[in-house]
Design a protein around this ligand. Structure first.
Ligand code: MG
Length: 157
């Protein structure tokens, strides 16, 4: 078995939807980026790619490529699952943490887990998502952005 780690950060801005873990979370700001800026899925993608030593999200989906402009990151996640499978592995489990000051994510955690599990074709029990604030400290605490970390274990097919 092999383990991978992923980390991502995106800025919060007005006029963008807040997309996290493949679902839209109602809020007055959203994450800014070339794709839908789903910071949680990006961290998970990097964890999966890292586990298989397949590079990172930027090497697979360059932000200079108009194909990925405002792209649904769930599609990128599904594509990465295929590339990991092509390398001879399947996802055993994922554990991720989103750092966001507002809004409270508790009601959205299970919908995110369901969305991620469905995209990857794995059981709900293989996907863990957690959320934390940063006690108003730093860029997350000041609501300038969101961060996410993830680990992923993969096993041979
Ligand atoms: Mg990103």
């Amino acid at each position: 078995m092999r383990i991978g780690f992923g980390y991502d950060v995106h800025r919060l801005v007005e006029g963008r939807p807040l997309i996290l873990g493949g679902i839209e979370v109602p809020h007055d700001t959203g994450l800014d980026g070339h794709s839908d800026a789903d910071v949680l899925l990006h961290a998970i993608i990097d964890a999966m790619l890292g586990a298989a030593a397949l590079g990172d999200i930027g090497s697979h989906f360059p932000d200079t490529d108009p194909q990925w402009l405002d792209a649904d990151s769930s599609l990128l996640l599904a594509e990465v699952a295929q590339r990991v499978e092509k390398a001879g592995y399947r996802v055993a489990n994922i554990d991720a943490t989103v750092a966001l000051q507002r809004p409270k994510l508790r009601p959205f955690i299970d919908p995110m887990r369901r969305s991620i599990a469905q995209t990857l074709g794995v059981e709900l029990g293989q996907v863990s998502v957690k959320a934390t604030t940063t006690e108003r400290l730093g860029f997350v605490g000041q609501e300038a952005g969101a961060a996410a970390s993830a680990v992923c274990l993969i096993v041979p097919l």
